[in-house]
Write a protein that binds this ligand. Structure first.
Ligand SMILES: C[S@@+](CC[C@H](N)C(=O)[O-])C[C@H]1O[C@@H](n2cnc3c(N)ncnc32)[C@H](O)[C@@H]1O
Length: 318
């Protein structure tokens, strides 16, 4: 087991939570960015979600990473520095690092320092022969991608269908941003949830144990913790559905009554039934994903799907 690793803290501003949440709650259509789900409690709840019977994406992606490991390793190539953006618990980085031939280093990037430390512990325990680095950063912030030093041939991976949490325009510019830091022949690997029977999708976001509801409502608990407010647990309820016109799951917190709270010195009013939009999770077809990758400057794509065709992993060559 490796003893230590380099840790680079690019300080994804703690104060942003207060500023951005307040801005979102004061706008006409109230919203909170999904990146704020992942404090320690949120990361733990997400981990619980990934184990639920109804929540298929993690299982499907892990299946691909396990069953197709040697093909994926070959497509990514030898001697690369593997960088996972939004590495979460790090389990997938471990699988990928094991699939690669002679990797030079593994770099995990996450906005949550707690998640990052846990993931690094896992990586250190399971991969003993690769230097590893942890970068605490917001990968959507300007210049973050270019400031991460990657040794040798670069392989960027973006898993968990996190791309689906961005709006279509941002998905394109994010992929283009990743392309920009890659040289010709280097790879970008993306995992994305596919379009399918909406009932399967609906069930995944409305699990019978109510864990996804707790994950969503943790944003209210986080507001209470960070602003010192006292919003009661029944003030909002979880609401998630598949919007087939937009091709996305929408998660909302619905105000259960007319209410107002002092949040950071500002009074925020909620109408009865008013929504705080907390997440979109876009679903894709393979051709949509390939078109986006081509548009960003990737040519060759290698596509793998799980045995139920629920989910896809694509390695694209710059
Ligand atoms: C849905 S989880 C997926 C985790 C992992 N990639 C997987 O597939 O299991 C998203 C992860 O990305 C991180 N994350 C979300 N937005 C981020 C951002 N803007 N910058 C860096 N990390 C972010 C979260 O902290 C969380 O660990």
């Amino acid at each position: 087991m490796q003893e230590s690793y380099e840790i680079i803290d690019l300080k994804p501003q703690a104060s942003d939570f207060r500023k951005e949440v307040l801005e979102g709650l004061l706008s006409e259509h109230k919203s909170i960015s999904p990146k704020f789900f992942y404090d320690r409690t949120g990361s733990e709840l997400f981990e619980e979600i990934t184990k639920l019977d109804e929540y298929y994406p993690t299982r499907a992606e892990m299946e691909i990473l396990t069953d197709k490991a040697s093909e994926i390793g070959k497509a990514i190539g030898e001697g690369v520095s593997l960088t996972e953006l939004g590495s979460g618990n790090g389990k997938k980085s471990v699988l990928l690092a094991k699939a690669l031939h002679n990797p030079k280093e593994a770099i995990l990037v996450d906005i949550s320092m707690d998640a990052l430390k846990d993931a690094m512990k896992r990586l250190m325990a399971e991969i003993s022969n690769i230097p590893a680095k942890a970068v605490c950063a917001d990968y959507t912030a300007i210049d973050v991608m270019s400031s991460i030093k990657m040794a040798g041939k670069k392989a960027i991976v973006f898993l968990g269908s996190t791309i689906g949490n961005m709006e279509p325009h941002d998905q394109r510019s994010f992929i283009a941003g990743c392309r920009k830091v890659l040289s010709d022949g280097e790879t970008f690997t993306i995992g994305a949830d596919l379009k399918k029977n909406p009932e399967v999708i609906d069930r995944a976001y409305n699990d019978s144990k109510g864990i996804t509801a707790m994950f969503n409502l943790n944003l209210i608990a986080r507001i209470n913790r960070e602003f010192g407010t006292n919003i009661p647990p029944d003030a909002f309820r979880h609401y998630a559905f598949y919007n087939s016109k937009e091709g996305r799951v929408e998660m909302h917190l619905i105000s259960t009554k007319e209410q107002s709270y002092d949040i950071g010195g500002t009074t925020v009013r909620f109408r009865d039934g008013e929504s705080i939009h907390t997440e979109n999770s876009y679903k894709f077809s393979i051709s949509e994903l390939e078109a986006m990758l081509r548009e960003a400057g990737f040519s060759e794509t290698n596509v793998w799907k799980d045995s139920r065709d629920l989910y896809a992993l694509i390695t694209a060559v710059a």
